[in-house]
Design a protein. Structure first.
Length: 122
């Protein structure tokens, strides 16, 4: 009975993590600019990967493998947001400006509106 509960819990976590990663992938394709795409990728991949790793640790049971999986999950929990911030900071420092409220039409950039590098900085 306990094995069944652990199997259901682990597969729920693994499938939930996969669903979050799938939703994040769709968000990356559908969102209009670099910063919103980066936000979707940064938030969703951390949660999705951590859910999958915890699910695999539950499936592995009380073993050294489970400890390693949980350590990887903790590592990702701390490093993924830092990497996302570093990417956003580097893009902004290089002059990549985010789209403003008036730059969107039906959720997509209006024709002729770009968010490329600011030519004054280069």
């Amino acid at each position: 009975m306990l094995d069944l509960v652990l199997d259901v819990l682990s597969w729920t976590l693994i499938l939930g993590g996969g669903a979050f990663i799938l939703i994040g992938g769709i968000g990356i394709v559908r969102l209009p600019d670099f910063y919103t795409r980066l936000h979707a990728a940064g938030m969703i991949d951390t949660l999705g990967a951590d859910l999958m790793l915890v699910g695999m640790a539950v499936q592995a049971g009380p073993t050294l493998v489970a400890v390693k999986l949980l350590l990887i999950a903790v590592f990702l929990l701390f490093t993924s947001p830092v990497a996302t911030h570093a990417l956003a900071n580097a893009a902004f420092t290089e002059g990549l400006k985010p789209l403003g409220e008036g730059d969107l039409e039906n959720g997509r950039p209006r024709p002729g509106v770009t968010h490329h590098l600011d030519p004054e900085q280069h």
